[in-house]
Design a protein around this ligand. Sequence first.
Ligand code: PNS
Length: 181
Amino acid sequence: MKRVKAIYPGSFDPPTNGHLDLIERGSKIFDELVVAILRNPEKDPLFSVADRRKMLEEMTKCLDNVSIDTFDGLMVDYAVRSEATAILRGIRAISDYEYELQMALMNRKLQPSLETVFMMPAEKYSYLSSRLVREIGQLGGAIDCLVPELVAQKLREKMDPAHKFEAVEPEQPKKSRKRKT
Ligand code: PNS
């Protein structure tokens, strides 16, 4: 019987509950699902690819048919090399549709043997994005219901000023105190 292997490509910076919801849905309809993180040298990500890979591995460790990988270059080339026949993408709202349609049709033009499958995450994640999670996290807002606990923890570590300065600026001996103006 034909087994269907799918790729779920993305930036996952950071992975959110919405991504996890889609991975769980995808794992039910595909025999094998590879979550593939784009290694993009042009982007300045919040989390390294290695960090994102670790987070996704932890988040999906209970899903036997899900694995995590990274790729660069054209996604369709990576999918063909991996012997996948489907691409999984999520559509949260109508606003995603135009971009996703364009990408799916271009990918089809590049590699007609690959089929893009769109799935919708649960409605409660329809407003959730990695960009908003990064922004809320950086501004000190609550991100606990938006990402798995291990991701929230990693975000807090990144945002903790003590944590940041420790690495950059070792504590200097105290000099006489001047009033800041
Ligand atoms: O999570 P994102 O950032 O929406 O994912 C976008 C991603 C990684 C799926 C897309 O940018 C991609 O596939 N990039 C790889 C380069 C490529 O194949 N470009 C042609 C797209 S038609």
